[in-house]
Design a protein. Structure first.
Length: 48
């Protein structure tokens, strides 16, 4: 899956404006989107 360094990086990058979204499933979505736009709805597809 995701590397630990990616998890830590996104967590630090988003801690200032989206701490609440880093909890539960939203945390994984934040990492997947490289910490740019944390998703509130996991059904939103990722656009590369």
């Amino acid at each position: 899956m995701l590397q630990n360094c990616d998890l830590a990086r996104s967590h630090i990058a988003n801690a200032d404006f989206s701490g609440a979204n880093l909890i539960g499933a939203n945390f994984e979505n934040t990492v997947i989107n490289d910490g740019v736009r944390p998703l509130r709805n996991s059904s939103i597809p990722k656009v590369i």
